[in-house]
Ligand binder design. Structure first.
Ligand code: ADP
Ligand code: ZN
Length: 603
C-alpha cells in the first residue's frame, strides 16, 4: 500500500484517499475481485488506475464510452501515465502502434471497447502480455432492464474463464439492488468484495419550484449564481431546446442546442465546445449526457419535469463531479404532468409498463411536492436512510410555508365531481370563481352548488391548488381527452373530511436565496483565479485537450487563495502532481506573481 500512497501523492497530487478508495485499491492490488458502487464524481477511476500502476503488467479498462476515451487518455498522459486506447474511431496505423506498445510492455493502462476486447485476436494478444487487472467500467450495461444495455457486456465473463488469475473490478454509479444482482450474476463476480458508497452528492444543492414564467426564473437564477459558468439545461422537446438556446444567446450567454434531430456533425461540435471551452451552456433533450465526464459543470437545470427519480438523479448528477458546490435547479408546471402522462399513454408499452412508468412519475411529483428535506426523500427512494435534514436543499434553506388546504381541496374535488368529470382545470376554475359566461350557462353549470364558491381566491391561486392536487394524486388528468380531470380513489377520504391536507403556499416574489452556492473567493482572489483560468485555456488550446485536463477549477481556486510563490508551496496544492509541477509549475507561478500572459492584466 505504501506504493499506492506514493502514487496518490506524487502522480495524482492528492493527499488522501476518499470513501472506500483505500480498501478497494488494497483489495485489487492483492489480486481479489471487487464490485464498486459509487455515485458519479465519487472517484471510481482511481480505484483501478492506482492498482494498475502498482501491479505488474497493463490494466485493461473496458468501457462503452468510446467518445470519452481520448479525453481520459489525455488526462492520464498529462499525469505522466502511459495510457492508450483502442476503438473503432482509429485508423489501422494508429491501432498498430498501440498493439505494438502493448506487446512491448510499454503501457500502464489500455482502454478498450467491449466489442473489440471480445475478438479472438485481442484475447490472444492479451494472453501474451502480463496483465495487472481488468476494470469493467459502467458495469450496469450488463443489465437488460437498464437503458444503457450493451449485449457484449453479457459476454465479459469470458475474461474470468480465460484469465482466472487476473483480478477484476467492476464499477457503476447505478444504485438499485436489482442491477447489482445482475452485475454479479452476469459477470460471475460471486467472490468479489462489494463496496457500496453513499449515493448522496452533498455538494449539489437541490431546488425545485413550480408555476409559470419558468424561463424568467431560470434567467434570474443564472444571473444571480452562475454567470460565466458551464451548465446543462434540460427540456422535454426539441423545439423548446432550440427556442431556449436562442433566447439565452440573445441574453448574451454562450448557449448551444443539442438534440437527436440535429445533424451528427453539429451535435459533435456542440458537445466538443461544451467540453473544451469555458462557460458554455448546453440546452438539451435527455439525448445529451451519457458519458459526459466534464468535472466542472456548475449547474444542471430542468425546464420540465423528468420522467422519474432515477432520471432526475442521473441528470442532476452531472453537476459538480469535482466535488465543488453546484446547483440542481428545476422549474415545472401543470402542463408537464399532463404531457408526460399523455406521452406515456400513447406509447407502445403494455399495461404493466404503463403502470410502472406512471408510478415512477408519481414518485417524481412526490419529490416536487415535498415539504421537508428533498435530499432525505431522494435518498430514501434509493433505500438510503439519512437521519438529519441536509441543510443544502431549498426546503431546508427556505422551508415552504404550508396552510390547511382541506377546504379548498374539497371545493375543487366536488366541483370536478359535480360537473361530471368531463372538463379541464381552466373551466372548473370558471365555475368555482362564478364566471357566468356562455359556456357555463349552456352547460347549466351556473346552477351547480359549487358555482361561485371559490371567489375568495384568484384564478392563479386556484391553478396552483390544482397543480398540487394533481401532483399529490387526488386528481388525474385524462390522457385520451387532453387535460380532462377526474377524481382518484385517494380523493374520497379527503372529500369525506377524514383526512386533512397541507398545501404549500405559492412562493410570491423572488425571495433571493439566502446563501449563494459556489465561489468562496474574495474579489482580489477572483482576479487571480480568472487570470489562472485564462492561462489554462491557452495551454489547453495549444495541446488540444479540455482545460480541466491541465488543472481542475478546484486546483486553480486553491492557487488563487493560497498564492504559492515556490515549487514547494505549489506542490502542496491538491491536484498538483510531479509531472504537472515540472511541466506547468513555472508558468502558473508567473501568473500568480502577476507576470506573463499578455491578456491578463492584474492590478
Ligand atoms: P467517477 O468516475 O466516480 O464519476 P472520477 O473518478 O472521475 O469519478 O473522480 C471524480 C473527481 O474526483 C476527479 O476529478 C478526480 O480526480 C477526483 N478525485 C478522485 N479521488 C480523489 C481523491 N482521493 N482526492 C482528491 N480528488 C479525488
Ligand atoms: Zn435538505
Amino acid at each position: 500500500m505504501q506504493r499506492a500512497y506514493d502514487i496518490l501523492n506524487h502522480t495524482f497530487g492528492y493527499d488522501e484517499f476518499r470513501h472506500h478508495q483505500a480498501d478497494i485499491v488494497e483489495t485489487v492490488i492483492s489480486g481479489r475481485d471487487a464490485l464498486v458502487l459509487m455515485p458519479t464524481g465519487g472517484g471510481k477511476s482511481l480505484c483501478y488506475q492506482i492498482p494498475a500502476l502498482v501491479r505488474d503488467g497493463v490494466g485493461i479498462v473496458v468501457s462503452p464510452l468510446i467518445a470519452l476515451m481520448q479525453d481520459q487518455v489525455d488526462a492520464l498522459q498529462q499525469l505522466g501515465i502511459r495510457a492508450a486506447f483502442l476503438n473503432s474511431s482509429m485508423n489501422g496505423q494508429q491501432q498498430q502502434a498501440v498493439v505494438q506498445a502493448l506487446s512491448a510492455g510499454e503501457l500502464d493502462l489500455l482502454y478498450v471497447a467491449p466489442e473489440r476486447l471480445l475478438t479472438e485476436h485481442m484475447l490472444s494478444l492479451l494472453s501474451q502480455a502480463p496483465l495487472a487487472l481488468f476494470a469493467i467500467d459502467e458495469a450496469h450495461c450488463v443489465s437488460q432492464w437498464g437503458h444503457d444495455f450493451r449485449r457484449e457486456y453479457q459476454q465479459l465473463s469470458i475474461l474470468h474463464q480465460r484469465f482466472p488469475d487476473v483480478p477484476r473490478i467492476a464499477l457503476t454509479a447505478t444504485a438499485d439492488v436489482r442491477t447489482r444482482q445482475e452485475i454479479i450474476a452476469q459477470l460471475d463476480l460471486n467472490d468479489a468484495t462489494i463496496f457500496i458508497n453513499s449515493f448522496d452528492r452533498p455538494n449539489i444543492r437541490y431546488t425545485i419550484s413550480e408555476g409559470q414564467n419558468s424561463r424568467d426564473r431560470l434567467w434570474q437564477f443564472i444571473e444571480r449564481e452562475h454567470s460565466g459558468d458551464a451548465g446543462i439545461i434540460y427540456c422535454l422537446s426539441r423545439k423548446k431546446v432550440e427556442s431556449t438556446a436562442e433566447w439565452l444567446v440573445a441574453k448574451g450567454c454562450i448557449a448551444l442546442p443539442y438534440h437527436a434531430g440535429l445533424p451528427d456533425e453539429m451535435r459533435r461540435d456542440h458537445q466538443q465546445r461544451f467540453l473544451r471551452d469555458e462557460g458554455v451552456i448546453i440546452v438539451a433533450t435527455i439525448a445529451f449526457g451519457m458519458g459526459i465526464d466534464k468535472p466542472d459543470v456548475r449547474f444542471v437545470a430542468h425546464l420540465n419535469l423528468p420522467k422519474s427519480l432515477e432520471a432526475y438523479y442521473q441528470e442532476t448528477g452531472r453537476a459538480g463531479r469535482d466535488g465543488q458546490p453546484a446547483n440542481a435547479w428545476m422549474a415545472y408546471g401543470l402542463q408537464d404532468v399532463i404531457t408526460l402522462r399523455q406521452m406515456l399513454q400513447e406509447s407502445d408499452g403494455n399495461e404493466q409498463y404503463k403502470r410502472i412508468t406512471n408510478a415512477k412519475l408519481d414518485a417524481m411529483l412526490g419529490l416536487c411536492e415535498q415539504v421537508s428535506c428533498r435530499r432525505q426523500a431522494l435518498l430514501a427512494y434509493f433505500d438510503e436512510q439519512q437521519d438529519t435534514p441536509c441543510g443544502n436543499c431549498d426546503t431546508c434553506l427556505d422551508p415552504p410555508e404550508t396552510w390547511d388546504g382541506t377546504e379548498a381541496a374539497q371545493k375543487v374535488l366536488s366541483c370536478v365531481y359535480r360537473s361530471g368529470q368531463r372538463f379541464g382545470a381552466n373551466y372548473i376554475i370558471d365555475i368555482l370563481t362564478g364566471k357566468d359566461d356562455a359556456r357555463v350557462q349552456s352547460n347549466g353549470h351556473h346552477q351547480l352548488s359549487t358555482f361561485g364558491i371559490g371567489t375568495d381566491k384568484t384564478a392563479v391561486e386556484w391553478r396552483g391548488i390544482f397543480r398540487q392536487l394533481i401532483a399529490q394524486g387526488f386528481l388525474t388528468a385524462d390522457i385520451e381527452s387532453y387535460g380532462v380531470l377526474y377524481l382518484t380513489e385517494k380523493a374520497r377520504p379527503l372529500l369525506r373530511g377524514d383526512v386533512q391536507l397541507a398545501l404549500r403556499h405559492q412562493r410570491k416574489g423572488k425571495k433571493s436565496q439566502k446563501s449563494k452556492v459556489v465561489n468562496t473567493l474574495s474579489a482580489s482572489e477572483n482576479i487571480v483565479f480568472d487570470a489562472l483560468r485564462e492561462h489554462r485555456l491557452k495551454l489547453a488550446r495549444e495541446r488540444n485537450v479540455p482545460p480541466y485536463v491541465i488543472f481542475h477549477d478546484s486546483t486553480l481556486q486553491e492557487m488563487a487563495q493560497r498564492q504559492p510563490v515556490s515549487y514547494d508551496e505549489l506542490r502542496t496544492i491538491s491536484g498538483v502532481g510531479d509531472k504537472k509541477l515540472t511541466e506547468y509549475g513555472e508558468s502558473f507561478l508567473a501568473v500568480i506573481r502577476g507576470e506573463n500572459t499578455e491578456e491578463s492584466v492584474i492590478e
